[in-house]
Ligand binder design. Structure first.
Ligand SMILES: [Zn+2]
Length: 143
């Protein structure tokens, strides 16, 4: 009935604690190096001996990487596309073919990508077209 001998018992300096080692890239036993108010502040990986700030085990703070991020650029591109399409609504929509010559601001219809607005005409026979899903580089004026 004396001091706890449990491997992952109450944290104390010199005791063991489970933490995520950023070097070993896995959940491993660490030695508590220092404590702040009953919470381990610094721990050392028993496997690779590297020291780090204790942030709890990774399972307790499960991070879902990039959950909010990916949809943003597409939404912004889509809004820009709608804006540009509205600004060029009076224009005739021409079917895209690699042989057709396009100019800046032309509205075209691509078989696969749908309606697009020519944003930029490049000297090398390429055009930058903004489609709903984003910009694409297409060839034009091919003879
Ligand atoms: Zn380690």
């Amino acid at each position: 009935m004396s001091a706890t001998t449990a491997l992952y018992g109450t944290p104390r300096v010199g005791g063991d604690i489970l933490a995520h080692c950023t070097r070993c890239k896995m959940e491993l036993a660490h030695v508590v190096v220092s404590m702040i108010g009953g919470t381990p502040a610094k721990v050392q990986c028993k496997t690779c001996k590297s020291e780090r700030k204790f942030r709890g085990s990774s399972s307790a703070r499960r991070v879902v990487p990039g959950r909010a991020a990916p949809s943003r650029p597409r939404a912004r591109g889509s809004a820009l596309w709608e804006e540009k399409l509205a600004a060029n609504s009076g224009k005739e929509t021409r079917a895209y073919t690699p042989r057709t010559t396009f100019q800046n601001g032309d509205v075209l219809k691509h078989v696969k990508f749908g309606i697009g607005i020519v944003e930029e005409v490049r000297a090398n026979g390429k055009i930058i077209v903004l489609f709903r899903e984003g910009e694409r580089m297409l060839v034009h004026a091919m003879s």
